[in-house]
Write a protein that binds this ligand. Structure first.
Ligand SMILES: C[S@@+](CC[C@H](N)C(=O)[O-])C[C@H]1O[C@@H](n2cnc3c(N)ncnc32)[C@H](O)[C@@H]1O
Length: 313
């Protein structure tokens, strides 16, 4: 599969879902109320430039998240997944042995998208990604992206293998917390490495000052119940202290440079959707926040990502 064809399909998916979501969220609101919601979402997302956490329970935040951050997240997740296939998952892939990824803080499902692409490249069709995330708006918009992605790759001959993987991954499930995961999979307690898939625990750009203890506890719970599954925590350098404390000791540490990411350049359709949005709002109503919507949406942005890995002990 060609990176550019994948990039185009993802760009079209994001722009299509953004338009559907915007129309849905605008229903019943007047122009001023729409401007207020758009401005508020930009304020919330600005917190990501520091160590704060936006209000992920706000549907407008989820909408603007997917049109700006989601491409970078998919790109980082894709680089990580490709590498995992080269290292940790090589044997499973050769034997076509089942692998289940648990994505803590799955957000809008960037890891599921990246896994589908990397698994297709490695002809590995027994992989699934279950997600844990308390945010309904993020999971909901992620599911909408995932089903729109199917519609967009369907009928593209170059992406027929990816479409097949999409169907194989149809059983992925989403949960609010470790506890809801455990009540859905009580057999986890009777774990038997000969009968169950290989598990991998991932958390990508999910740690904040405010949730470090919760994420730490979730990772610890999974490692207890899943018998020390290999675990990977990815973060920006400004949050390395949080990541190091949540993983609780690591065996590997890597830096993923922006230039090494697989997808490069601009997403034209998503960029156009954001620019066009400005034309639909009363002129000048967003004030200095117009700046956020005028920028080109890119697959990459500095800084580099750090990846901490912990093996089975
Ligand atoms: C920046 S988004 C990243 C999403 C995804 N990992 C990605 O790479 O696209 C951070 C996500 O962490 C989630 N989150 C916050 N606290 C959490 C917790 N205690 N457990 C699980 N997820 C959490 C938020 O709801 C949000 O969806």
């Amino acid at each position: 599969m060609n990176n550019q064809i994948i990039a185009n399909a993802l760009d079209k998916t994001i722009a299509t879902v953004a338009e559907q979501e915007f129309s849905r969220l605008c229903r019943g609101l007047n122009g001023i109320q729409v401007v207020e919601q758009v401005a508020k979402a930009q304020d919330e997302l600005e917190k990501l430039q520091g160590r704060g956490s936006p209000d992920y329970n706000n549907e407008w935040v989820a909408l603007f998240y997917i049109t700006w951050y989601q491409p970078r997240q998919i790109n980082v997740a894709l680089a990580i997944l490709r590498q995992l296939y080269e290292d940790t998952l090589r044997k499973e892939m050769e034997d076509n042995y089942p692998v289940e990824i648990i994505d803590v803080g799955c957000g809008a499902l960037s890891v599921r998208f990246a896994t589908a692409i990397a698994a297709t490249e490695h002809l590995h069709d027994v992989i699934s990604v279950d997600g844990i995330d308390p945010s309904q708006p993020m999971k909901r918009i992620g599911e909408t992206l995932w089903s729109e992605f199917r519609a967009i790759i369907d009928g593209q001959p170059d992406l027929s293998d990816l479409l097949e993987t999409w169907y194989f991954m149809g059983t992925c499930e989403l949960f609010d917390s470790f506890d809801s995961y455990l009540s859905a999979y009580p057999e986890t307690l009777g774990y038997n490495p000969n009968r169950y898939p290989t598990f991998l625990l991932l958390t990508i750009h999910t740690v904040y000052d405010s949730n470090r203890l919760e994420i730490q506890e979730t990772l610890q719970n999974f490692r207890t119940y899943r018998h020390d599954c290999p675990t990977f925590v990815a973060c920006y350098p400004s949050k390395s202290d949080i990541a190091e404390s949540v993983i609780g000791g690591y065996d590997s540490h890597q830096r993923l440079e922006t230039r090494d990411l697989p997808l490069q350049g601009v997403l034209p359709k998503t960029t156009e959707w954001r620019e066009h949005l400005l034309d639909r709002l009363p002129e000048g109503s967003l004030g200095s926040k117009e700046y956020y919507l005028r920028g080109k949406v890119r697959w990459t942005a500095p800084p580099r990502t750090l990846i901490y890995g912990k093996e089975r002990s």
